[in-house]
Design a protein around this ligand. Sequence first.
Ligand SMILES: Nc1ncnc2c1ncn2[C@@H]1O[C@H](COP(=O)(O)OP(=O)(O)OP(=O)(O)O)[C@@H](O)[C@H]1O
Ligand SMILES: [Mg+2]
Length: 642
Amino acid sequence: MVVAAPILVLVLVVGLGLNLLAQERSERAARIRADAVSSSAQTILVTALNAETGVRGYAASKDPDFLQPYDRALGQQSSQVQSLQAAAAAASESRQADAIVTSLDVEFSRLDTLRESVSKSSTPSAIDAELQSGKQGMDTLRAQVEILTAGELAVSASRNSSVARLEGSIEAVDVSGLILALLAGLLGILLFTSGITRRLARSVRNAERLGRGERILFQQAGGDEFDGLDRALRGAELQLAQSSREISHSRDETIEALEANRIKNDFMSRTSHELRTPLNAILGFSQLLEMSDLSETDKDSNEQILKAGRHLLALINDVLDLSRIESKEVRLSLEPVSVVSIISEVVDLMHPLAADRGIRIVQRCGAQELAAVADRQRLKQILLNFTSNAIKYNREDGEIGIECHTTDDGSVTISVSDTGHGLSTSDLTKIFSPFERLHAVQSDVEGAGIGLTVSAGLAAAMSGAITVKSKLGEGSTFILQLPRAPDIPADIATPAVASPLERAVPEAGDAKTTVLRVLYIEDNAVNVRLVEKFVSSRPATTMESARLGQQGVELAREHHPDVIFLDLHLPDLTGDEVFEQLRADPRTALIPVVMISADATPASVTRLLSRGVTAYLTKPINLAELDDLLCGLEAALVPGAA
Ligand SMILES: Nc1ncnc2c1ncn2[C@@H]1O[C@H](COP(=O)(O)OP(=O)(O)OP(=O)(O)O)[C@@H](O)[C@H]1O
Ligand SMILES: [Mg+2]
């Protein structure tokens, strides 16, 4: 419609114009024909007059020269007659033309007769009669020509005015056609652009609906580009619907998987916790047995119990760590940590194990002050696993290299390489999966296949990463990357660990008894019995216990013990609250408090030490550590007791 309207107008205008043009041409031709008839008739009349004048002159003078016009006229007569007849036939005036031709013929035969008479010297009266007759014939011819000419002139004038009128009309049609075409064009453009705008707006609305997740309004119209756009939007809508169905499906699955994982982590966490309590007792009492006088066989059996217990405890701790890492509940205390000091601690701990197999540990870490942002304990845990692996999976008399570097992107890398059997490319893809032990599963080498999984999780939690390079038969290198911290001055790079005993020793003046009296506030009966049993073997120490926090505070107020051992998680109060109450009461404010807790997180240790706790021991209670502590306290209170 938009394009057709102006074209239709143009066609009409052009049609009308062509029609008028044809009419004008036809009028012009008719006028030319009329002019040709009258012109031919006039020519014939003039020729006849000249011929008559010539013959009359000859008659009067007898001079043959006067006959020249007559002779010429005779020569022209035939062609002029033909011209007249052709023009008259074209103008449908043949009848009148024929009359003129007849009169002309008559006139010429009279003139011929006259000429003959003159040349034969006829009588003057006969010549006069001839002259008279010729004059009449000429008059007749003139009258006929004048009538014909007058008619044709009228026709010509009429055709002429028609031509002029038609020319005017053509001009008017041209101008008005032009204006109309212009208007139609403008209208077309207007309609076209408004149509485009309207349909574009619809496509925009559809795109907006699509963006809001609503159904689009689809109307198939002319199959043009806009429909193409709408079809594309419709396709996108269907695709979107399909994708969102898939996403929602996989989200449901993910939620289910997450939920299942949460339940699994919860279960692992609870189970590990529950397992740790009796294990603490097993380890504690085995330690007690270790100190007692056992036969060689019993000693050996006890050693096996202790070894297996410690292994089990390490495993439980790893499983607990794994569940905490997976549920993102791992608690870290990130701080600048001296890399060299941690490596030294790890080497010290691992050295005996390596020496058993003749393995040399070479530490190539020069920069004393190099520091990483990490949790001290967790960093140590990762490096212990790397190094214990490098020992376990090394060859006899092999070597372990520990190196540290800084990288351009502001990281610190610590690498532990060994000369073991190495790992294949497919092994490398598996070693970080939980409980994956590869070929070690068939060997005597102990392990649960969980160390690297935990290490990788801990590294990620500390914004770091672990990478491995290995060559079968040559060895492996495990690289830990951590964010770098500003360097730690060399003199404080290895913090001097203050002995808890130094803090635990009360003022000598405070010693009022000859026996060290311990109050142990702990709800776990086995732990209490263990410590009780340990203490009972010491003549200079006595112990009483309280199962509840409040009860412990009251006993402390009443009996004023020399030292209080305090658990962090009690049924009625938290260890923090008990400590608060003890510090708030002048009767108990100065009694040293030693925390004994399974919560070994640096955050808890730091928090309580900074609040004034004398020492912090972690469960499972290391009896050797407890022994040191008690010795120190006894030495201060009962000189000579230690
Ligand atoms: N340095 C190494 N050289 C060769 N194989 C290694 C090395 N370190 C680890 N592996 C392989 O990767 C497996 C997983 O190591 P990972 O430390 O996770 O578990 P594990 O040492 O077996 O047990 P644990 O849980 O006590 O650490 C190992 O069982 C061993 O097969
Ligand atoms: Mg390991």
